[in-house]
Ligand binder design. Structure first.
Ligand code: BV8
Length: 232
């Protein structure tokens, strides 16, 4: 089984800014203000606006899957073995590229959750305190369905089982600075651990292979090799 962990770097060539590169998402905002429950409590309108802007940009038509997303979807189809993508990203570019069973461990930009009844809904429009929960009817109880710092990531049990079963672990476009995702490479039993990144990450030393370069160029080649291996 091939386990693929993706981070913001895989969506960079699609035009979505990463978090930590210059011009990144966090450059304009303090993380504590826009990606923590405390920040949301203190200034919900600021946080809703931060996510509204990102949602609008994702849906603007200017952002499309890049060759890295396409190659990972091809790997799923042609590897001849199970391929699972676990992404830290909240965009839907893996799905738009054709990937089927993607696990969004930090949630999804195109979903919202009711803080009262807990139900999760797809949503493409802006969110504000004026909106009613479609299920329990509560006004102003909807929040972005994303995992903030200090909140528990999603699908952790399933991810732990996948890490135990993985033969190949690939990390693409992640700085390896946020846990528990950054710890996956040291907890998997995979024999091949491949990092694809523009620069060494904080956990590069845990990988057996470090491929430096753009995901859009490196991933199609890596997928070719992985599929080709199977064909031999
Ligand atoms: C948790 C969603 C418990 C929202 C995000 C001390 C105090 C309090 C907490 C902690 C602490 N120490 C550790 C923690 C835990 C904390 C943490 O790790 N903090 C860090 C800052 C130290 N983590 C948490 O709070 C997590 N929850 O721990 O709960 C628990 C644990 C286990 C089990 C149960 C419970 C929750 C963290 C989730 C936060 N939410 N995002 C949103 O999107 O707005 S984080 C956000 O940043 C992303 O989701 C991602 O996870 C994270 C890292 O970003 P990357 O994807 O790596 O992007 P980055 O910009 O950093 O790097 C991009 C990389 O790509 C770069 O290396 C660059 O070189 C490369 N690149 C650029 N272009 C390209 C490229 N590579 C290839 N090709 C290119 N073209």
């Amino acid at each position: 089984m091939i386990f693929v962990l993706t981070g913001a770097g895989v969506s960079r060539e699609s035009g979505i800014p990463t978090f930590r590169d210059s011009g990144g998402l966090w450059e304009k905002h303090r993380v504590e203000d826009v990606a923590t429950p405390q920040g949301f409590k203190k200034n919900p309108a600021l946080v809703q606006n931060f996510y509204n802007l990102r949602r609008r940009e994702l849906l603007s038509g200017a952002i499309r899957p890049n060759p890295a997303h396409m190659a990972l979807a091809r790997l799923e189809r042609e590897a001849g073995e199970e391929v699972r993508i676990v992404t830290q990203n909240v965009d839907d570019l893996h799905e738009r590229a054709g990937s089927k069973n993607v696990l969004h461990m930090h949630g999804e930009l195109l979903k919202v959750r009711c803080r009262d009844c807990g139900k999760v809904f797809s949503r493409r429009e802006d969110l504000s305190a004026e909106v009613f929960c479609p299920s329990c009817g509560k006004k102003g109880a909807l929040r972005p369905h994303v995992v903030w710092f200090g909140e528990t990531p999603l699908h952790m049990d399933e991810i732990a089982a996948l890490l135990r079963r993985a033969d190949v672990f690939i990390a693409v476009g992640t700085s390896g600075t946020v846990y528990p995702a950054a710890g996956f490479v040291s907890s998997t039993s995979a024999r091949r651990k491949i990092e694809v990144n523009m620069e060494p990450s904080a956990v590069s030393s845990f990988f057996t292979e470090n491929l430096l370069g753009k995901a859009g160029e490196m991933i199609p080649r890596l997928v070719e090799e992985l599929i080709g291996k199977k064909a031999l």
